[in-house]
Write a protein that binds this ligand. Structure first.
Ligand code: G3I
Length: 393
């Protein structure tokens, strides 16, 4: 007598068992994914981005080191506090194509994957910039300067490839960076001098063709400067009237405790908002140290070190900590008034220890420009912003 256990099972029974097992596996997978999403959302729910969720996105620049070494405490803090990420250096021409031509995708891919995993908006920085780009990009095989057409072709290939790779995954791009020279109009750079005034327009057209849904921004520092504002506002009005695909401006906002004049800073935001452009605060930090003569963000400039302009190597005095909190609160109060146009506010670095401001405009100082200290603890400025977000405005 053969028991049912030993009898050759009929194939329908075996199939249905498999199917059941299959369903269980799928359900378990879906459950795991849902759990992962819930954890990601719960983590985000506690931070700055959650606090300002009805106003604008809150982002952070992620360093190469964090991406290369996958520094877990950094990544956890980023996931908890922010809903938008920018590669501080990862997507710049000289970093993603160190010899000018060969692509090295790994680091940028990691950033894009991280943003996707945590449902963050990814900001691509930056496509066309005179800095951090190998000289080889601008010359031919005989080291002779490229013609306009040849350089346009190189620009197009770069934009097509980079924007194309992350199409549908990058929310916005800093298409052109720092093309205007304070009071002098277009900055002299190989891009401008070889192609001509329309190099910027061409870059926007190429980027739009590569990803028609991406937000496209012009990004610059000292946007409060009246000469820069007047020049750029004219250029952008002309672009809008001719249908050049530009959606907004990136106001970097590398500011200090006492500069710039916030009336001028607000005027710049208001001018672009009135033109129907979106405003992104793309690289916010507040330098607390005594400034040497030059306070711009042009990375070509660097001043000499002296102890006088590096007064707090062992910690920020409480009084200055308060000034920093006051300054951040004032800046955010202005931004909240423009929240219909301001889409994002990004801090240029995760914590004081990794800020570029420790090395600019003077190398080797101890600066305190961000919301998290060197131990990644929130500073009084952070608490002040959380209170502002939660309180009546
Ligand atoms: O890539 C090299 C690496 O090979 C080398 O080992 C290492 C040793 O120091 O240097 C690496 O290059 C550094 C690069 O960042 C990438 O990490 C440079 O020294 C360093 O000067 C460079 O600084 C960046 C700077 O842009 C360069 O232009 C800062 O981290 C970054 O915060 C800063 O960001 C710019 C924005 O993109 C545009 N707006 C202004 C802002 C501040 O300058």
């Amino acid at each position: 007598m053969s028991s049912s256990k030993n009898s050759a099972p009929s194939s329908p029974t075996r199939l249905s068992r498999r199917t059941v097992l299959g369903h269980i596996a799928v359900a378990a997978g879906a459950l795991a994914m849902a759990k992962q999403r819930a954890v990601a959302q719960a983590l985000q729910a506690s931070g700055l981005a959650q606090a300002f969720r009805k106003d604008f996105r809150v982002g952070v620049a992620v360093s190469n080191q964090t991406l290369d070494q996958q520094i877990a405490p950094d990544l956890d803090l980023i996931a908890r506090e922010f809903n938008s990420v920018t590669g501080e250096n990862a997507m710049k021409w000289g970093v993603i194509r160190p010899d000018g031509f060969t692509w090295q995708w790994e680091r940028a891919d990691r950033l894009v994957d991280f943003a996707r995993k945590h449902r963050m908006d990814l900001l691509g920085h930056t496509l066309v910039w005179h800095s951090q780009i190998p000289a080889s990009v601008f010359v031919d095989a005989d080291r002779k300067p490229l013609t306009r057409d040849a350089l346009l072709a190189r620009m197009r290939e770069h934009i097509d490839t980079l924007v194309g790779r992350y199409k549908g995954r990058a929310w916005a791009w800093d298409v052109v960076n720092e093309a205007v020279d304070e009071d002098k109009g277009w900055r002299h750079s190989p891009w401008h001098d070889i192609i001509g005034d329309d190099f910027m327009e061409q870059a926007f057209r190429f980027a739009h063709a590569a990803d028609p849904k991406a937000r496209l921004l012009y990004n610059d520092y000292n946007m409060h400067n009246p000469g820069k504002l007047a020049f750029l506002a004219n250029v952008l009005k002309d672009y809008k009237s001719r249908g050049v695909p530009i959606h907004g401006v990136g106001n970097q906002s590398h500011v200090g405790l006492t500069y710039p004049d916030l009336g001028q800073w607000e005027r710049s935001i208001a001018t672009y908002a009135d033109m129907g452009l979106k405003v992104h605060i793309t690289e916010l930090d507040v330098d607390v140290l005594p400034p040497p003569a030059n306070t711009g963000a042009d990375v070509a400039n660097n001043a000499a070190y002296s102890r006088q302009i590096d007064p707090w190597p062992d910690g920020l005095p409480d009084a200055v900590q308060e000034q920093l909190a006051d300054r951040y609160e004032t800046l955010f109060r202005i931004l909240l008034r423009y929240r219909r146009s301001v889409e994002r506010v990004t801090f240029w670095g995760l914590h004081d220890g990794v800020s570029w401001k420790n090395n600019f405009p003077v190398r080797g100082r101890t600066n305190y420009p961000l919301l998290f200290d060197r131990q990644m603890r929130p500073k009084p400025a952070y608490q002040r912003l959380m209170k502002l977000a939660g309180g009546k405005r």
